[in-house]
Design a protein around this ligand. Structure first.
Ligand SMILES: N[C@@H](CCC(=O)N[C@@H](CS)C(=O)NCC(=O)O)C(=O)O
Length: 231
């Protein structure tokens, strides 16, 4: 279930996630939660991006960066950044399945996840915020369209890179599903939202994304907190 930022209903889960149900970055944590079967422990608090609630002082006190999602742990610690939240969730029962069980796997997964952020997801995000109306004039206080279009082109180059990776292996960081796949899924979700098409020649990337979209964790990410999301 989801409550609103200003709602004071009692906490039902021991983990609280401040997010926006349809956001591409929140999607990453929602997918991780479902993959780890932790949804029932979470209370979602909806923070309205379109109204700029993530830039208001009470939210900035929880996450200096003014971005979603943010996790509040049972001891009242706030953890921002999808990668950090996923690492926290994956470590809860002592047997990580998304972030690597060996030093080698941890390193490779972190590297490929960071690469998916830098080369695709964050680049699409900059394109959205700078070269499109983004979240609207009340929230987008500075825009630089040229920078936005450069980042769009970077994202398209990134898609070609991941197409080459996925033509040689089943998943982004090797032969099993990991946080790195979740990060790239976030990039593809954002690309869909801004109507940035995957280049036709990126067949391995498209086939991988088709497979990813069949995972229940990806399919059910928005409904995880609906219908009580406050718009
Ligand atoms: N590096 C952050 C980025 C988070 C992010 O950009 N979240 C989006 C939500 S889809 C956001 O808050 N955007 C609002 C803004 O940048 O004004 C992370 O990985 O959590």
């Amino acid at each position: 279930m989801a409550t609103h930022l200003s709602d004071s209903r009692p906490v039902t889960g021991d983990l609280t996630i401040f997010d926006w149900a349809t956001g591409p970055y929140p999607a990453r944590v929602r997918i991780a939660l479902a993959e780890l079967n932790l949804q029932s422990r979470v209370r979602f608090v909806s923070v309205n991006l379109w109204k700029g609630e993530h830039k208001k002082p009470d939210f900035l006190a929880r996450n200096y960066s003014g971005t979603l999602p943010v996790l509040e742990t049972p001891d009242g610690t706030f953890i921002g950044e999808c990668t950090a939240i996923t690492e926290y969730l994956d470590a809860l029962d002592g047997s990580p399945v998304l972030t690597g069980a060996t030093p080698r796997d941890k390193g490779v997964i972190h590297m490929m996840s960071k690469r998916a952020e830098l080369e695709v997801l964050d680049a699409v995000s900059v394109y959205f915020h700078h070269a499109t109306p983004g979240l609207g004039p009340d929230v987008e206080l500075y825009q630089n369209a040229e920078w936005g279009f450069r980042q769009r082109d970077k994202a398209l180059r990134g898609m070609h890179y991941f197409d080459a990776v996925l033509s040689k292996q089943s998943f982004v960081a090797g032969e099993s599903f990991s946080m790195a796949d979740i990060t790239l899924i976030g990039g593809m979700i954002f690309a869909d939202l801004v109507k940035l098409a995957v280049p036709a020649e990126c067949k391995a990337l498209s086939l991988w994304y088709h497979r990813m979209q069949e995972r229940p964790s990806v399919q059910n990410r928005v409904s995880m907190s609906e219908p009580s999301v406050v718009a």
